[in-house]
Design a protein around this ligand. Structure first.
Ligand SMILES: *Cc1c(COP(=O)(O)O)cnc(C)c1O
Length: 385
């Protein structure tokens, strides 16, 4: 079997996805909040040790629910990194709040906790911790700040399913956590996500918002005799077709993550000589933290070198891609947000970071092929610059 071309990412099925979708149809109802939705939620609650999980149409939708639950409105500020996906910011902007962008750490590429306190004002309502590539943010420091200033902590754990910070699953540490099951993530359902509600005070309202602002849940449980409009809400819950697909993936989630971890470790091992020779920087490895192999990235010396490497790899049939264009100096970010400080690390990393192919069905020969060509590029850099 040919190992080429090597895509950057690729959707996959691992088990009973299609069988469960057929079951959902046979069950007689494929709208949301059915049997498969409940099975997915129960699985996540058990495996992540989370008080309450609600499936959503996407991580974006979970972030939008978080923004409602954090009660942010016009004039309020929400601290977040600029090195993140647009949904992190959009969710709060949709409520009229202002994102305040803080720089990231050069090692973990997560929010630099030492800069956060100075960005807090009387209007700050929440901090959003984005766990880039499943690497944990400095949660203890962020938790302490949220407690001190009485603000909400929200985790964008889109890339971090089943990643842990010591013994706590990412997404279960803040008041709220958001997961993604988009087809580019580790565990997929096409589009999909989940809201993890860790603060028990927010559970009841979350269920109302999830049910389009109605007390439908209390009605079905016989707690109220009329089902009516009680709060704002929207169409956040996914259909049973999505949940059925997702449940099959969750059943295999640990195997998927350990499979990806093995690919990640192979990359680390094969590219270590280039790192030792000073050609590139490998992802930060924190003591005792095991990667879930979501993203494998390297940092090139500069933007031109990255461009040349992408070009060279493309010619070999390898699709490598860069990542976030910073939000703080994007057209919408400048209009709708505010930068705290100069965000030099964000700007620097966004120009140098390159993600190498990583997908569930990738094999070790493909990793070796990619590493062989990355090595060839750096050993013959004069030819390609
Ligand atoms: C993928 C991603 C999202 C958005 O997830 P969707 O499920 O596509 O809405 C948000 N934040 C981060 C950090 C992501 O990586």
């Amino acid at each position: 079997m040919s190992i080429l071309p090597i895509p950057f990412a690729k959707p996959f099925i691992v088990g009973k996805e299609l069988f469960y979708i057929a079951q959902a149809v046979i069950n007689g109802s494929i709208s949301g909040d059915g049997q498969f939705t409940r099975r997915c939620q129960a699985w996540l609650e058990t495996e992540l040790h989370c008080k309450k999980v609600l499936l959503t149409q996407s991580c974006t939708a979970a972030l939008e629910m978080s923004a409602i639950l954090a009660d942010v409105g016009p004039g309020d500020e929400v601290i977040m990194p600029s090195f993140t996906f647009v949904s992190t910011a959009n969710a709060f902007v949709l409520r009229g709040a202002t994102p305040v962008f803080v720089d990231i750490r050069p090692d973990t590429l997560n929010l630099d906790e030492s800069l956060v306190e100075a960005a807090i004002t009387g209007r700050t309502k929440a901090i959003v911790a984005v766990h880039y590539a499943g690497q944990p943010c400095a949660m203890q420091a962020l938790e302490a700040l949220c407690k001190k200033y009485n603000i909400k902590l929200i985790e964008d754990a889109a890339q971090a399913i089943l990643a842990f910070d010591e013994s706590r699953a990412l997404g279960t540490i803040g008041d709220l956590g958001c997961l993604s099951f988009h087809e580019t993530k580790n565990i997929i359902s096409g589009e999909g996500g989940a809201l993890l509600i860790n603060n028990p005070e927010l559970i009841e309202r979350a269920e109302i918002i999830w049910h389009k602002g109605t007390n439908r849940k209390a009605f079905f449980q016989g707690q109220v005799d009329k089902y009516t409009w009680v709060d704002i809400g929207s169409s956040f819950l996914p259909s049973e077709l999505t949940a059925a697909f997702l449940f099959a993936q969750l059943e295999q989630a640990k195997r998927i993550n350990s499979n990806r971890r093995a690919l990640y470790e192979k990359y680390m091992q094969l590219l270590q000589p280039l790192a030792d020779a000073g050609h590139l920087v490998l992802p930060y490895v924190r003591d005792g933290h095991r990667s879930i192999g979501h993203i494998f990235y390297v940092l090139c010396k500069n933007e031109i070198e990255r461009k040349n490497l992408i070009h060279y790899l493309t010619k070999q049939g390898i699709n490598a891609v860069f990542h976030y264009v910073p939000l703080h100096n994007s057209p919408a970010g400048m209009r709708l947000g505010r930068a705290h400080g100069d965000l030099n690390v964000t700007i620097d990393v966004s120009m140098r970071l390159l993600r190498l192919p990583m997908f569930n069905e990738m094999n070790h020969d493909q990793v070796r092929f990619v590493c062989h060509h990355v090595t060839h590029f750096f050993q013959n850099i004069a030819l390609y610059s």
